[in-house]
Design a protein around this ligand. Sequence first.
Ligand code: PMP
Ligand code: GLN
Length: 405
Amino acid sequence: MSDFSPAPRLRPWQRTAAGVGLLAADGSIATTIFAEMSALATRTGAINLGQGFPDEDGPVEVLEAARQAIADGVNQYPPGIGAPVLREAIAAHQARWYGLDVDAASEVLVTAGATEALAATILALVDEGDEVVTFEPWYDAYAALVARAGGVHRTVALHFPDWRPDLAELEAAVTDRTRIILVNSPHNPTGTVLDDDVLDRIVELAVQHDAVIVTDEVYEHLAFGVAHRPIATRPGARDRTITISSGGKTFSTTGWKIGWLTAPAHLVTSVLAVKQYLTYVNGAPFQPAIAAGLALPDAFFTDAAAALQAKRDLLAAGLEAAGLTVSLPDAGYFIVADAAPLGYDDGAALCRDLPALAGVVGVPVTAFVHADRQGAYRSLVRFAFCKRREVLEEASSRLARLGSR
Ligand code: PMP
Ligand code: GLN
């Protein structure tokens, strides 16, 4: 009899201590917190304020451009670095919004969402034992990808409710072992936008220790009354920075998975070397559609942010009325709220029970921090507000049940 077993063998990276073990101890796959919570919402019929995706379509111009591209036969592999029309649009977008001069031919790479840009970048740059510094909490993919690459994940804590990093802690985290400082501003899950003094300190540290700055700016257009400033615009940053974004959030097309990065040509080449064997390319007809979106007038972008800000305020008021303490985000899709004032000290347990208690789904912030550092985040829950007003109103009135148990 063969001793072949179809059960996957656990590799070290799959056992990462970060609470992102990709395989459970029995060899079954541990799904992402987002997939888990969306499944919980589907199973229970609860309102899904867990996974961050809009429940309305984005601009008709963008949707129509995709339909047109399909009708026009844009249905085969685009060039490996991305359709020229999209690369031009990305370069023009960086110039128009941030004054950044990006060469569309050599300094832009189109990817399968920001996720592939992150994956290819980390796999390209991180060797066994290299360190990657991120803030904590972090977007879930960071820890998993760093572990997959054999890297070591170092973090700098952000604390509820103002989330401002301690610069001394940042300085201590970055050393000559640091390969990447991975910035995420506007930040998921906290919605914080990093101040210029923090950005400048990151650049100085990257220069001092010869690290690459990788910056995830997928929420770049969803800032509420504060200016998002790409770290690549800060003095000394451009030559060592890989800037990542995506059309998913800006145009409410999360399912299209059109992302990109802009970087100096030699870094684009390194990342492309990996990317070409991940997906090679993706989303041919969606690429010109996102290009059309990036060319929309300023009013589209500012109106979208204003509409989302009103939704933020609606849900924040609902959460506060329900008795939670809210950290009002400056940007993004999410509000982090503290359930401790209601007597819930364990956010993960609360999130499991929330469909039954209040018919709502949220995500525990402990999903975004290391297993041994969950204490400070235990009672915090992330709620998405990228939903229709009536959905947020209904969620708010349901959450009010929490306070009247
Ligand atoms: N980075 C952050 C901070 C995110 O919140 C997300 C998810 N929306 C992504 C990356 C992934 O983006 P995409 O769907 O374009 O892969
Ligand atoms: N970025 C989305 C969130 O934070 C989820 C994306 C995903 O499911 N991977 O909710």
